[in-house]
Design a protein around this ligand. Structure first.
Ligand code: GDP
Ligand code: MN
Length: 396
């Protein structure tokens, strides 16, 4: 799960990570009120979306940039008016962009140097790792590709945590000296505490800045939380903004289905993540393109199967469905009944290939055969993939 920058700043404040003062607004009037409340000479107005690259982004109405600095409250009103309700496209949003419904108004920092700082979960070592660079503010992927020597990695021991010598080492690698090393150590420690306490999988601060007066401040923040830990993070879960997520994935999560939307045209409904991966591979192997990853789990109910079908069919790119069930815990007849209910409710009109195997398979096959539904049945995975690819080609 991701959160907005304004929410990230609230977490920063709570954990003592230094950042600039600011608040969020949903209307130009609110933006003006926030600006007046700040009482500063200048203001930075920042579009709030779950994506980076806002500064260099362009709105679909042609307005350039999702991050602006201005010196008048009236300009704040104007900028908020240009951004709110508009779609911002950045290199991270994809061409469809993201709708801006909130803007952050903050006191601008005077920047002497922009740095990069992130804490990630390193799957290779199974522990957190700090990534830092003197080349902040810019695209870090670009730095990694062209000047990898400017990226510094510090692995963190999983139980000892971030040690004082490490925070100093990172600060020095970033070229900090004197009092800044102390300030940086404090900031890194606070950030690491936050990372652990809130079950983050990523905190990326780009830029972390040194101001002209020598202060160290986090000016931007991208968070990622471990979805599997959200049950024990009610405070984080409350920050979820469903309008930023793929609506298909939101619907799936409501029915505890594991769904990831892809851009092909053959939908698959499978039980088990491994089988789902194999099904996607074999669709591709047969010359098709999967429209999604969908794992209904080991003990799906009829309602879940119906919900899964509806989610699949709400995707306009879907031209055919492959159901691949290996009934271990799963009763094949439940899947069959779910398919029937869903096909009725959605007036299914695209090819459907079903491969059922395992627990109570005969009953499942019988249910489908007697339904009068135009189901193409398949004997094995290979057969199923070939049949759905052929059926979609024929229908097109
Ligand atoms: P992003 O483009 O989505 O990553 O948004 P950022 O929050 O990183 O802002 C983009 C750029 O705007 C930063 O790299 C800075 O150069 C600039 N910027 C953001 N906030 C401030 C600020 O408070 N003061 C100044 N001077 N520049 C800022
Ligand atoms: Mn940034």
């Amino acid at each position: 799960m991701n959160i907005h920058e304004y929410q990230a700043r609230e977490l920063f404040e709570k954990f003592g990570v230094a950042t600039t003062r600011g608040a969020v607004a949903s209307t130009p009037d609110e933006a003006v009120a926030v600006a007046q409340g700040l009482g500063t000479k200048e203001f930075v107005v920042k579009a709030q979306i779950h994506a980076g690259g806002r500064g260099k982004g362009t709105f679909q109405n042609g307005f350039k940039g999702g991050v602006h600095i201005t010196d008048s409250v009236e300009k704040v009103r104007e900028l908020a008016g240009q951004m709110l309700g508009q779609v911002l496209v950045t290199h991270q949003t994809g061409p469809e962009g993201k709708l801006v419904s909130k803007v952050l108004i903050a006191e601008p920092a005077t920047i002497a140097k922009e740095l990069y700082f992130a804490i990630l979960l390193d799957r290779a070592s199974g522990a957190p790792v700090i990534i830092a660079s003197t080349e902040g503010g810019v695209d870090i992927e670009h730095v990694a590709e062209h000047t990898p020597e400017k990226i510094f990695r510090e692995p963190i021991h999983p139980t000892l945590g971030l040690q004082a010598f490490q925070t100093r080492k990172i600060a020095k690698a970033l070229g900090l000296t004197g009092k800044q090393i102390t300030a940086a150590s404090k900031l890194f420690s606070a950030m690491f505490k936050l990372f652990l306490a809130r079950d983050c999988s990523q905190i990326e601060v780009n830029p972390l800045v040194i101001t002209k007066t020598g202060e160290l401040l986090a000016l931007d923040a991208k968070f990622n939380f471990d979805d599997n830990a959200l049950y024990r993070q009610p405070e984080i879960l409350a920050l979820r903004d469903k309008s930023e997520e793929d609506p298909r994935e939101v619907a799936a999560s409501e029915f505890s289905l594991n769904y990831i939307g892809l851009d092909g045209n053959i939908a698959c409904l499978v039980n088990g993540a491994g089988l789902a991966m194999a099904t996607m591979d074999i669709i591709q192997h047969a010359g098709g393109k999967p429209a999604n990853f969908l794992d209904v789990g080991g003990g799906a109910s009829k309602d879940q199967v119906t919900a899964a079908f509806k989610i699949i069919l709400s995707d306009p790119n879907v031209q055919g469905i492959l159901v691949n069930i290996f009934g271990g815990i799963m009763d094949c007849n439940i899947i069959a009944t779910g398919i029937l209910a869903a096909a009725k409710e959605t007036a299914l009109s695209i090819p459907l290939v079903v491969r059922l195997e395992g627990n109570n398979v005969e009953a499942g096959k019988k249910t489908l055969a007697e339904s009068g539904l135009a189901v193409i049945s398949a004997n094995d995975l290979d057969d199923a993939a070939k049949k759905i690819v052929a059926a979609v080609k024929k229908a097109a």
